[in-house]
Design a protein around this ligand. Structure first.
Ligand code: NAP
Length: 365
């Protein structure tokens, strides 16, 4: 199969480099266009990332000589698209929300689909916010989005926040099994790589926990409702439940976000053994389609008393599986558990690639 040429916007950042690493051997996609800030533009990729590479040297072998472009200059991507080097872009930009919103729209308007990690378009009513196993049907708003905006080939699809990944798939599995989730309390312990590079100053985080991540609690409380919502008319209508209360903490872990969850069911309540069975058996459209980035088992149930742990469990099944453990009754709500997912893979680049695979399988790319 001839590989589809793709671009990465923000290719020099933590998530951008994770894209480069994951796409180095991807069976469908090949990175042929890289863009970042004007600071990196015009440099070879190897030079632009010198001193701030996050992976082993071999990851950069095929891309080192690629000249990085200015992501703000859409005309360069259009030229690359015309030359057959950029069929769509992954967006891993970190800049002002308004700037990202209009830039992503400019790419889509130019006929270049955008599969984004940024939060700028998460609340745009006709933009799907996808976790491939949880709401793949939301991708079907893309024809409506194109019609709303007069775009022919371009569109924007986004991924939600990295901190909610470890419990959204378990919640989807419970909903599919007929159990309503009415309230949810979550406390996250989030890795430093979630803050980008160089991120949190080392003197603030070593031997410490920072009980505040700007905007994260609001995202954790709202984004699940859009994801669990429905496509209605020209927009995605958010669900009204569960009501969510979140605490988000930054911890001195490199990769892997933990979430400690207590949740309440509606009138019908499953036993702990049923919950474990539902999670172990859960598969969804990405597994049915056998998409390359999809984990075989989206949810891995750990029975050990002290798992999941970031160092031991974040890389499970290509770092795309969510690990859950400490599953037991809750004294206040009904069920409590600990979830873990790899924030820059499942929660960022890997999740973005899986979304692109889903969009390709559905015929949108
Ligand atoms: P990062 O390491 O700070 O990388 C930011 C990227 O954006 C770099 O490539 C940078 O280019 C580029 N950039 C910065 N200012 C720019 C400008 N004015 N014009 C064009 N490009 C510019 O951030 P990150 O952690 O990779 O995050 C990237 C995006 O993914 C963010 O929107 C973030 O919210 C989202 N996200 C991150 C994670 C995570 O775990 N880190 C998870 C989910 C979502 P230069 O190198 O040239 O400065």
């Amino acid at each position: 199969m001839t590989k589809i040429p793709v671009g990465v916007l923000g290719a020099t950042g933590i998530v951008g480099q994770q894209y480069i690493a994951l796409l180095a051997d991807h069976p469908w996609f090949e990175v042929r266009y890289a863009a970042a800030s004007p600071r990196s533009a015009g440099k070879k990729y190897a030079e632009a990332t010198a001193g701030r590479r996050h992976f082993a040297d071999h990851v950069y072998t095929n891309i080192g000589d690629l000249v990085v472009r200015d992501a703000n200059d859409v005309s360069q991507a259009i030229a690359a698209a015309k030359a057959g080097d950029c069929a769509f872009v992954f967006s891993a930009l970190d800049m002002g929300k308004d700037e990202i919103r209009s830039l992503e729209e400019a790419y889509a308007a130019a006929g270049i689909p955008v599969v984004s990690n940024a939060s700028a378009h998460r609340w745009t009513a006709d933009v799907p916010m996808l976790i491939a196993e949880v709401n793949p049907d939301h991708a079907d708003i893309i024809p409506i989005q194109r019609k709303n905006r007069g775009w022919d080939k371009g569109f924007i699809a986004v991924k939600p926040n990295c901190s909610i990944q470890s419990y959204m798939t378990p919640i989807r599995a419970l909903l599919n099994a007929g159990y309503e989730v009415t309230r949810l309390m979550v406390t996250t312990l989030q890795a430093v790589s979630g803050a980008g590079y160089p991120g949190v100053p080392s003197l603030d985080i070593i031997d410490n926990i920072v009980p505040y991540i700007g905007g994260e609690e609001e995202k954790s409380e709202r984004e699940p409702l859009k994801i669990l919502g429905e496509v209605k008319g020209n927009a995605i209508e958010s669900a009204s439940l569960p009501r969510i209360s979140a605490f988000c903490n930054r911890t001195p872990v490199t990769d892997g976000h933990i979430a400690c969850i207590s949740l309440e069911f509606g009138a019908k309540k499953p036993s702990i053994e049923e919950v474990k069975g539902i999670w172990t058996a859960f598969t969804a459209l990405p597994q049915e389609l056998d998409l390359p980035m999809a984990p075989k088992r989206p949810i891995i149930v750990r029975e050990e008393a002290d798992r999941p742990q970031p160092r031991k469990d974040r890389d499970a099944d290509k770092a795309m599986a969510v690990s859950v453990g400490r599953i037991r009754p809750c004294n206040v709500f009904d069920l409590r558990f600990v979830g873990l997912s790899h924030n820059t893979v499942r929660g960022a680049a890997g999740g973005g690639i899986l979304n692109a695979e889903l969009l390709k399988a559905k015929g949108y790319l």
